[in-house]
Design a protein around this ligand. Structure first.
Ligand code: FES
Length: 236
């Protein structure tokens, strides 16, 4: 069984273990966004970067995909790792600035603003939805298409999928989902669609599991038209 050293601590792991799993076994915390237990590793967000090797040969790798090899020396919190992680979260923030998950992650990493221009996209290409659909829901209704800056996730030919069971699994794992019902909580920047949460929602939220559907799809929340502001009325 391979023995490696992470942050000065030796650990022996089963063959096939990743550096992230070995670090977690030691109780070392490494931030992740595109990693989820039960889904295959993908290495899309690069937040789990660690530095391996020493001297001039030291390099950054994503710990969720890098195998824990015998004799490996890894650092999870070097200056280079922290600086790069901060830049990665800034980039993610610029792609989806309204994602509560990314905002929370940025806050945890001590990042309060991004130097990059906001794009306000609705996908960070983490691939969680694709893996959830094919590996857990056994549907394979969506996948990556195109390359480079045109890369996106969609159904074949962008048509309604015949194999999608609308289970909501993709939305449930999406870190930037703007549609998923957040339950009977005050409206947030991520979810404000069912701004009119009434006792019906509060009472039935758990029973209906409506967090797996789009906002308001369970029909338990009282949906009324948002009252128009006086200014809007005046401009009519
Ligand atoms: S968690 Fe490893 S690259 Fe996203």
């Amino acid at each position: 069984m391979p023995t490696l050293r992470i942050d000065g601590l030796d650990v022996t792991v089963e063959p096939g273990t990743t550096v992230l799993e070995a670090a977690n076994f030691l109780g070392l915390e490494i931030p992740t966004l595109c990693h989820m237990d039960g889904l295959s590793p993908y290495g899309g967000c690069r937040l789990c970067l660690v530095e391996i090797g020493t001297g001039d040969k030291a390099r950054l790798v994503s710990s969720c995909t890098y195998p824990a090899e015998g004799g490996l020396v890894a650092r999870t919190n070097s200056k280079r790792v922290i600086r790069t992680r901060k830049m990665m979260v800034e980039l993610l923030l610029s792609v989806c600035p309204s994602s509560k998950t990314i905002q929370d992650m940025a806050c945890r990493l001590g990042v309060s603003r991004t130097r990059f221009k906001a794009r306000n996209d609705d996908c960070i290409l983490c691939g969680l939805c694709v893996r959830m659909c094919s590996e857990q829901m056994m549907a394979g209704a969506i996948d990556f298409t195109f390359r480079g800056n045109k890369r996106k996730i969609m159904t074949p030919f962008d048509k309604k999928s015949a194999v999608c069971r609308t289970c909501g699994g993709c939305m449930y794992v999406c870190p930037v989902c703007m549609l998923r019902c957040q339950g009977p909580n005050p409206p947030t920047v991520v979810c404000g669609s069912c701004y009119n949460l009434e006792p019906t929602c509060t009472e039935h939220f758990d029973d209906y599991m409506c967090y797996l559907g789009t906002t308001g799809s369970c029909g338990t929340c009282v949906r009324e038209k948002r009252p128009e502001s006086k200014k809007e009325e005046a401009t009519r």
